[in-house]
Ligand binder design. Structure first.
Ligand code: FES
Ligand SMILES: [Fe+2]
Length: 378
């Protein structure tokens, strides 16, 4: 951080920073400004969203050559495309001419044609042609390319990183992989998706997703009887950029067939939730998985897609009723969570609000806070 530039330490007083980075037993939550301050959000964009791995798609969303999916990485619109050789590319969609997005939405095609002046790009981002540019000095279309992002596929999840020199992701996830491999994420596919505009800070949702302490609150009649808060546990992550929440269940699945043949019997009643920081959220029971795809757009703005994932052998056999039940289940639980996202979002902006103490059942929040503090340089 250069001389004269704002850094997080100038906005968050030293005492508040020390409360965040203290060992879990002594730790406090992030200060309220971490959730609504515009400067801190811009620092998150610069130091987290421009440098960390973000999950943007599932591989089965792009099964064929020419398939593409567009997503926004905060302010950066990107496209993930499968080229004719089957290779995946992640590219900025912004035209090299006058900044028009060359593609939006999802689809299949052999090239991207900018709607403005028809500059035409290959699926790997190379500029193939630019009409009426004769006589323009030192302009060689074949030397031009849409900016690339790093891309890694992890068990069917496609992660991208705007920092092409970033440390590869998979080696950082070996600990998480060991905890989740029985679920064979690569065999899942998206069965249903529900979408929400979520006008609150993205960290509020991540925190809520990663602790079972609140089962005794909004989920007292849904999760708490099956996955009691007090049984939940969160292993150490040794400073890696992920966290894992284990929610052992009271026996309730006897006679059910599990979607995951390699899931040990003693884990069949359990639920887990996992996060790869900053925003990859995933949960699974012995039947289905849920991927929460977050797209933060500002300190208090976020679009959320909740995808229900089922085993790929099961997906073709799902009838309309099964799908409706899947949607209803996710919608119901999320409605319970919305109340405890909206409330704190309002509360955090109240002038008399300060940091709060963390329960030991909220170790994942402490993990997030250590990640956040490290990225923001304190
Ligand atoms: S902005 Fe894309 S061709 Fe002009
Ligand atoms: Fe919840």
């Amino acid at each position: 951080m250069g001389e004269g530039m704002t850094d997080a330490a100038q906005i968050i007083p030293q005492e508040a920073r020390q409360r965040v980075t203290a060992p879990l037993e002594q730790a406090w939550t992030l200060p309220p400004a971490a959730y609504f301050d515009d400067t801190l959000f811009n620092l998150e964009v610069e130091n987290i969203f421009c440098q960390d791995w973000v999950c943007v798609a599932r591989a089965e969303q792009l099964p064929n050559p020419g398939d593409y999916v567009c997503v926004d990485l905060v302010k950066q619109p990107i496209v993930v495309a499968r080229d004719m050789q089957g290779e995946l590319h992640a590219l900025s969609t912004i035209c090299l001419h006058r900044a028009m997005p060359v593609v939006t939405g999802t689809g299949n095609g052999t090239r991207f044609v900018c709607p403005y002046h028809h500059w035409t790009y290959e699926l790997n981002g190379k500029l193939r042609s630019a009409p009426m540019m004769e006589g323009v000095a030192d302009f060689e279309p074949s030397a031009c390319s849409l900016p690339r992002l790093a891309l890694e596929e992890w068990h069917g999840f496609i992660f991208v990183n705007m920092d092409t020199n970033a440390t590869p992701l998979s080696p950082q996830l070996t600990g998480l992989e060991a905890l989740t491999e029985a679920y064979e994420f690569e065999n899942l596919e998206i069965a249903e998706t529900i979408e929400f505009d979520s006008p609150w800070n993205w960290k509020i949702l991540v925190e809520n997703f990663m602790e079972a302490y609140h089962h005794i609150g909004p989920h007292q009649n849904t999760f708490e009887p099956i996955y009691p808060a007090r049984q939940s546990s969160i292993p150490d992550n040794d400073g890696a950029p992920w966290s894992f929440l284990h929610m052992p269940g009271v026996p309730h699945t006897e006679g059910q067939t599990s979607s995951f043949p390699n899931l040990p019997d003693d884990r069949r009643d359990d639920l887990f939730a996992a996060v790869v920081f900053p925003t990859f959220l995933f949960a699974a029971s012995n039947q289905t998985g849920a991927w929460y795809q977050l797209d933060p757009q500002g300190p208090g703005e976020m679009h959320l897609k909740i995808h229900a994932l089922v085993h790929k052998d099961m997906a073709p056999h799902m009838d309309a009723q099964g799908r409706a039940e899947l949607r209803a289940g996710l919608t119901h639980v999320h409605a319970e969570d919305i109340t405890v996202n909206q409330g704190p979002w309002r509360g955090l902006q109240a002038p008399m609000t300060d940091q709060g103490r963390l329960s030991l059942y909220e170790k994942s929040i402490w993990h997030l806070n250590q990640f956040w503090a490290k990225r923001l340089g304190f």
